[in-house]
Design a protein around this ligand. Structure first.
Ligand code: BTN
Length: 261
């Protein structure tokens, strides 16, 4: 097993922007730990990494399977210098950072399924859970939580996930080192955050449209109790998804769960 702990010790010199980090062999959820650190006013950015999680959380109240040593589970506590309403863009930026990082390891067919899924060959390999703490209209901190399936075999997933989820090793057999993947993602992610803090929002949205692999895909989605199908057209200036459900009819999705068809 590659040593995440040793790699982490080198991160403060490797990433000057990183102010602090925490390592857990086992925790409930790195997002929950990061929230506690944020509430305790820990200097940010602070990286929280765990070998395994007993209560890993996904979007929409789902559970994130987090077997020890088989996945990458981390959360970045941030106090980004951006207006609170732009915080959702950090989720999109994180998806792109993951895609770019994994391309360094030879992954060629990754789709960032809006808003937060990492999909390869139709299987969910990872996801991003972003959370924000505010006081009135002021953003106190943001947590970017990332889960990536690295080395699970099909039988390691619960039966109900075996057809829809996969690990990087299943799809791209080889020696996957979680510490190397984490280092590449962080490098890309700090660059994305810097760009957003420098107001490069249009650039992010254009890059997401160009690089996510999601444009032109046919999807289905439930919105306000209605089943919709359509083709992905792009993003609006807030990062919401524009879906063409009939010629010329565009529906805007805010944070719904989309399914590729
Ligand atoms: C999703 O696809 O629903 C998002 C999954 C995010 C899982 C990660 S694992 C590290 C961090 N800690 C958590 O409890 N969740 C995120």
């Amino acid at each position: 097993m590659d040593s995440l702990k040793t790699a982490l010790e080198a991160f403060p010199s490797r990433f000057p922007a990183l102010r602090d980090f925490r390592y857990f062999e086992q925790t409930d959820s790195t997002n929950r730990q990061a929230r506690q650190l944020g509430q305790a006013k820990t200097p940010a950015p602070c990286l929280v990494v765990a070998e395994g999680q007993s209560a890993g959380r996904g979007r929409l109240g789902r559970r994130w399977e987090s077997p020890p040593g088989q996945g990458l589970y981390f959360s970045l506590l941030l106090q980004p210098q951006i207006p609170a309403e732009r915080a959702p863009l950090l989720t999109l930026a994180t998806g792109l950072a993951i895609k770019r990082a994994l391309e360094n390891f030879g992954v060629k067919d990754l789709v960032v399924k809006w808003p937060n899924d990492i999909v390869i060959q139709g299987k969910k390999v990872g996801g991003v859970l972003s959370e924000m703490e505010t006081s009135g209209s002021q953003m106190l901190f943001v947590i970017l939580g990332v889960g990536l399936n690295i080395s699970q075999k099909k039988s390691d997933f619960p039966p109900e996930l075996q057809e829809t989820a996969a690990s990087l090793e299943q799809l791209y057999p080889g020696d996957w080192h979680r510490s190397e993947v984490l280092e590449k993602i962080l490098g890309e992610l700090f660059q994305e955050i810097e760009n957003l803090e420098a107001d490069k929002v249009d650039e992010l949205l254009k890059r997401w449209e160009g690089e996510s692999g999601f444009l032109g895909k046919k999807i289905k989605v439930e919105k306000s109790g209605q089943q919709l199908q359509g083709m992905v057209q792009g993003l609006d200036p807030e990062g919401h998804l524009l879906l063409e459900t009939a010629p010329g009819k565009i529906v805007t999705l805010i944070a719904e769960d989309t399914t590729l068809i």
